[in-house]
Design a protein around this ligand. Structure first.
Ligand SMILES: Nc1ncnc2c1ncn2[C@@H]1O[C@H](COP(=O)(O)OP(=O)(O)OP(=O)(O)O)[C@@H](O)[C@H]1O
Ligand SMILES: [Mg+2]
Length: 296
């Protein structure tokens, strides 16, 4: 339940540094590469089922996705506001969305990872509301993926009935069996089962291929990945080579400057820092950004 809500955000200018190889990590295929025919396995072909069935036409692919309808009262209890009129905070996510789209289009970025230094800073809340804000722009196609494989939360927050994401990432289940379309232009890739060995899963070439095929099939303008915290495990390090940029969520009540610096060092040379969202901001001077849930 949202009680006291303040969010500020600041998209920082960063170098468009390309991800560079990290010593000791396996070499990935180029993220959008397609396996040569001879190498195509059953799983590989399972992944490409929707793309093949729709002739590579993203319009047909989006239309063919199973849809999901939200219980607005229930999602609001989890702090998600799909429509602009649902809560004043949507205005702030709309501003963040527009700033991000401008920065991303200049650099041709599509894949954005949302992380924070430590647990509970509001990553999932920000990733989900940002995806909903993107969804309010009819011209933008967005895919929200729950890659917090240890503690998947988004399915619960959206009230979505989905299976284990692990089966889609490995190619055991086809993409179309898992992805749900919300409205016309937001696709949700959620998860109902924690994955043991999450970093290994994020590092695996199979996951890289699944994400590449998902992107090729739906050709979204934006992919948002909800991730675990950046400090304390190697999950975020594992996925950084596969994303264009990182949106860092800081908790205004406890994230320190050292935390932000540590995350920034981690991202440097591997991806780019798109910006920092200050969640639970408590600076009253920032009143113009402040929002509170109206209570009856
Ligand atoms: N601005 C806010 N105002 C009120 N409650 C908030 C705010 N941001 C987050 N919360 C609440 O704090 C809790 C943690 O938020 P959330 O799950 O988004 O964090 P997280 O960083 O994704 O956590 P984890 O590291 O466990 O994945 C949730 O109950 C969420 O509703
Ligand atoms: Mg989370």
């Amino acid at each position: 339940m949202i009680k006291k809500d303040d969010i500020t955000h600041d998209l920082v200018e960063t170098d468009t540094a390309q991800a560079r190889p990290v010593k000791g990590l396996p070499t990935f295929r180029s993220r959008n590469s397609v396996a040569p025919r001879g190498e195509e396995t059953t799983r590989s072909s399972m992944r490409r089922g929707l793309m093949k069935a729709t002739g590579g036409n993203p319009d047909i692919a989006w239309n063919s996705l199973a849809t999901i309808t939200l219980d607005l009262a229930e999602v609001a209890r989890h702090g998600l506001f799909p429509q602009a009129a649902d809560h004043p905070v949507t205005a702030k996510f709309d501003i963040l969305r527009t700033q991000m789209l401008q920065a991303m289009s200049e650099r041709e970025w599509v894949r954005i990872a949302v992380t924070s230094p430590t647990h509970g800073c509001g990553k999932s809340l920000v990733a989900a509301n940002l995806a909903l804000a993107m969804g309010r722009l009819p011209s933008v196609r967005t895919v929200l993926v729950d890659l917090e494989l240890r503690h998947p939360e988004l399915a619960h927050m959206f009230g979505a009935d989905v299976g284990p994401l692990g089966e889609m990432l490995t190619g055991e289940q086809p993409i179309e069996s898992h992805v749900r379309r919300l409205g016309e232009n937001l696709a949700l890739v959620l998860n109902n089962q924690a994955i043991i060995g999450s970093a290994e899963s994020l590092l695996s070439p199979e996951t890289a291929e699944t994400l590449a095929v998902l992107e090729q099939t739906l050709q979204p303008n934006v992919m948002i990945f909800d991730l675990p915290p950046a400090l304390g495990s190697d999950d975020v390090l594992s996925i950084l080579p596969l994303v264009d940029a990182v949106l860092l969520v800081a908790d205004g009540t406890r994230t320190t400057a050292d935390d932000i610096r540590a995350c920034s060092h981690l991202i440097e040379g591997r991806s780019s820092l798109l910006g920092v969202v200050l969640n639970r901001a408590s600076d009253l001077k920032q009143d113009r950004y402040r929002y509170s849930k109206k209570r009856g």
